[in-house]
Design a protein around this ligand. Sequence first.
Ligand SMILES: Cc1cc2nc3c(=O)[nH]c(=O)nc-3n(C[C@H](O)[C@H](O)[C@H](O)COP(=O)(O)OP(=O)(O)OC[C@H]3O[C@@H](n4cnc5c(N)ncnc54)[C@H](O)[C@@H]3O)c2cc1C
Length: 419
Amino acid sequence: MSVLPDNSPDQPLPVVVVGAGAAGLMAALFAARAGADVTLLEGGKKPGLKILASGGGRCNVLPSETQLSDFFTHGSEKAMRNVLRSWPLDAVTRFFTDDLGIPLKTEASGKVFPRSDSARDVLQCLLDACGAAGVRLVTRAKVHAATQVDANTWQLRLADRPALYARQVILATGGLSLPKSGSDGTGWRVTTQLGHTLTPRFPALVPLTISEPTFRALAGVSIPATLEVRQHNKLIGREVGDILFTHRGLSGPAILQVSRHLACDGGLERQLTMHFGEVDWREQLADGRGGRTVAMAIRPHLPRRLADALIERAGVPPETRLAGLKKPARKALMQQLERCPVAVNGTEGYRTAEVTAGGIPLTEVQLKTLESRVAPGLFLCGELLDVTGRLGGYNFLWAWVSGRRAGQAAAKRLLDTAG
Ligand SMILES: Cc1cc2nc3c(=O)[nH]c(=O)nc-3n(C[C@H](O)[C@H](O)[C@H](O)COP(=O)(O)OP(=O)(O)OC[C@H]3O[C@@H](n4cnc5c(N)ncnc54)[C@H](O)[C@@H]3O)c2cc1C
């Protein structure tokens, strides 16, 4: 790690990147490769902690396919596409394999991981590339405020250190999720002090909480399900995948994917329903041959505890023979199996959320450069901006692409003004 070089209002550092996460490392690397002298400030003791924690320590570095609907913004999809298209997925993939030298593998789920299954390798290769490009990394350098001294100079105020001066500043301080990794919202405080606004923000890709004891008693049960979220009977979200019952509520990939529909403002008024398993329940309940009972029709297809909980929820005795099943009882069972309503009462919050949805609106940056329209000379990238991806490597894709764009643009601005 480097020490801060001398600087002053008369001799500002050329490019300062704030935040050494995914977006900041990429911004620093591409600014340095474009010829700028780059200082990368990290508030914590170590860079890239979220990269290390990602994908269960394996780092789902990219998706294998992408389309616009894999991303969410409160603003214009066209604006988001503009940035995403600046570095197409196959070129980003080649960058990781050929430039950084990280062999990758695509799993059946479509997620791309380093072949070594090691997030540490991804971080180390990024740090090595930054080092080779001449990036100066300074840790324990937390920025609390930024002020524009004049058209060409920024003052950054740091905790326990003298103020620092910079020509171009790139903010890559992340969102609010996993605060112990260093992203605690300071970056957003800095930008709102400068006049930026924020869209509504909420935890996304987050486990949901429920209070119903019948479901909470199922902690540990995992099963494929089809989840649907409705608002006033209109379908607004659908996911197929595994769910996991927990002591607090529900988790698993499919739950994380739909969570943003319920975690947003007013989201708890929406209805979440689950279709369990991968069988035709109507057919199962219609087959009353040989004195089959409700329990015999359901238990073979679901984990035993879940099967019994659903039968109990339907209010039907498990030993009821299917041949004698009354219409209301059949309807109640079908509802539990195919459109089981779940009363979600909240989320596990930023502590466990993978990302924060919302942020600085894309209308407040120049899309070609990611330079702030509110504070020229300041560039913004990563989770700080109002773009959120699905589970599956899409959030890193956004961080890599937006970081590169901001880094290249800040360097170009520096070199243009110097020349
Ligand atoms: C547990 C977990 C697993 C995840 N797994 C995946 C995955 O497998 N695939 C995927 O695509 N996405 C994953 N994500 C999401 C992904 O990690 C984020 O989308 C991505 O890291 C955002 O990058 P960023 O650079 O914008 O922010 P961050 O990675 O949060 O980096 C911000 C950096 O800025 C620093 N910082 C903050 N404030 C200041 C300040 N004021 N001064 C100086 N430094 C500051 C922080 O310490 C941090 O190092 C995961 C997230 C979590 C929490």
